[in-house]
Ligand binder design. Structure first.
Ligand SMILES: Nc1ncnc2c1ncn2[C@@H]1O[C@H](COP(=O)(O)OP(=O)(O)O)[C@@H](O)[C@H]1O
Ligand SMILES: O=P(O)(O)OC[C@H](O)CO
Length: 495
């Protein structure tokens, strides 16, 4: 049935939009990507142009499909940067304001005020999230309060809210379907992760009418068909999930306790915690990993805001390395980091610290410190930050995994993966396909069109490329980790 057919995964990310065409064995037949511009209207504000997002989606779809040489497009799976918020007019399909990015901090004051009024506990219990402007609630509230006529139009039922998945689904189906999946809903701070419904009290708290909200569906289901004008015939859209949850699926982390860690600009570690949500006392997020046939599988998540961005900074701002790849050669040329630590808190520290005031710092510099030490310290910082998350998860009762599955662009760096294994004291596995986000979206769509009998069967698409085992002397490791924690402490004091 699938011979010469492909499943198309569309991955609408923060800095780029990608499409990958997968064959029935899970092999990538073709891919295309386009960079997405960010708009910075004010300090702390980050937006994107909804029409760019839509145009790029169609461009990468067409390019990938053309290159794949496939006879038929069997189904589409969507995955997306999460939390980014859009409000559009159902009558025209046009967004009433730019997409407000997950990175946008304009809702911080509102969150602070709500925290002072004592809402943190309620929000954590209902949504699994920390009260933070990272999530969608304060973004949609801002649009309703600041875009002329928005509130009245929303009350009259003309406006629709959605994260990027929902917006693309609306456009792809020609304005026929307004829905999202449970993983994306769980990032809005308006969704009750226990009842699996929009929370009326939270909607009221943020002044968001229920009529604006998309229907919440399973991550794998027939969301709708594309408008025939797009491909000549309707194509089923069979899967949707937020990008980090899609990576959990793409990494085949289907059993309770399995952990994946994605290293791109930032780093997101997710542990599958099974059918019971684990409530964190260590400032991690409880989120929906995926929902299949009405049954949610929960995950515990730790987000690090700066990982690959530390390497980018060395390359683009300091200009001391030619490419991200050279960090591997530089780091492996040293016997030790000579006490140099880099805390890349460019935009504050994420989990488990959640310190927006902290700023980046370098420690332990001497006259002998050179580019190699800086490059190595940047790579090491990503590993130490992962350790902090794994330890926080341990504190929340998630037993230390035996293996961490790593992916994302930075997982190309083998020196880093070996150091990660040493610091975590667990094995690190890298799959052959490090674009696991797209794999996850394709898996969900493939499940819906009957390529897999169950989600777990999609583990057949996961193939090991390389495994890194820990071998560092425990005392030496303990000294290194101590140095890191001292550096983080000093960074926070100086913020
Ligand atoms: N070999 C490498 N060593 C270290 N860092 C790398 C390497 N290759 C890519 N990176 C870093 O990984 C990031 C790119 O990963 P990618 O998954 O494409 O990111 P995103 O999807 O967040 O834009 C960049 O920040 C880059 O600096
Ligand atoms: O687009 P990415 O890969 O940077 O991922 C963004 C996350 O989904 C934000 O929560």
């Amino acid at each position: 049935m699938f011979h010469d057919n492909v499943i198309l995964a569309i991955d609408q990310g923060t800095t780029s939009t990608r499409a990958l065409a997968f064959d029935e064995q899970g092999q990538v037949r073709a891919s295309a990507h386009v960079e997405l511009a960010q708009i910075y209207p004010r300090d702390g504000w980050v937006e994107q142009d909804p029409d760019d997002i839509w145009r790029d989606t169609l461009t990468v779809w067409r390019q990938a499909l053309e290159q794949s040489g496939a006879v038929q497009l069997a189904a589409i799976g969507l995955t997306n940067q999460r939390e980014t918020t859009l409000v559009w007019d159902r009558r025209t399909g046009r967004a009433v304001y730019n997409a407000i990015s997950w990175q946008d901090r304009r809702g911080a004051g509102r969150c602070q005020a709500l925290a002072e009024e004592g809402y943190e506990g309620l929000i954590q219990v209902r949504t699994g999230l920390l009260l933070d402007s990272y999530f969608s609630a304060t973004k949609v509230a801002w649009i309703l309060e600041n875009v002329e006529g928005a509130r009245a139009a929303a009350q009259a039922g003309h406006l629709a809210f959605g994260t990027i998945d929902s917006f693309l689904l609306w456009r792809l189906t020609g304005g026929k379907v307004h829905a999202t999946d449970a993983t994306n809903a769980s990032r809005t701070m308006l969704f009750n992760i226990h009842s699996q419904r929009w929370d009326s009290e939270l909607l009221e708290l943020f002044g968001v009418p229920l009529a604006m909200m998309p229907e919440v569906r399973d991550s794998a289901c027939l969301f709708g068909h594309t408008d025939p004008v797009l491909y000549g015939r309707p194509v089923p859209i069979g899967g949707m999930a937020g990008d980090q949850q899609a990576a959990l699926i793409g990494q085949a982390c289907f059993r309770n306790g399995m952990v994946k860690s994605t290293y791109g600009t930032g780093c997101f570690v997710l542990a599958n915690t099974g059918e019971t949500p684990v409530s964190s006392t260590h400032r991690l997020i409880t989120t929906i990993g995926y929902r299949i046939k009405g049954q949610p599988t929960y995950a515990l998540e730790g987000s690090i805001f700066n990982a690959g961005s530390a390497v980018q900074w060395l390359r683009d701002r300091l200009g001391v390395i030619e490419s991200a790849r050279t960090t591997e050669y530089l780091a492996s040329g040293l016997r030790s980091n000579h006490g140099v630590y880099f805390v890349p808190a460019f935009t504050g520290l994420g989990a488990p610290y959640w310190d927006p005031q902290a700023r980046g710092a370098l420690f332990g510099l001497t006259r002998d410190t050179g580019v190699a030490e800086l490059a190595r310290a940047a790579l090491e910082s990503v590993c130490y930050q992962t350790l902090d998350l794994i330890e926080a998860m341990g504190g929340d009762g998630v037993s230390r995994p035996r293996v961490v599955r790593a992916d994302g662009g930075m997982a190309r760096n083998e020196w880093m993966l070996k150091f990660l294994a040493d610091i975590l004291e667990v094995s690190v596995e890298r799959p052959t396909q490090i674009e696991t986000t797209a794999v996850g979206a394709a898996v969900l769509a493939a499940l819906t069109v009957g390529l897999f009998p169950s989600l777990e069967a999609a583990a057949a698409w996961w193939r090991l490329d390389a495994r890194f085992d820990p071998s560092m002397n425990p005392d030496y490791r303990a000294r290194l980790c101590q140095g890191w924690h001292k550096a983080v402490g000093r960074t926070r004091e100086s913020g």
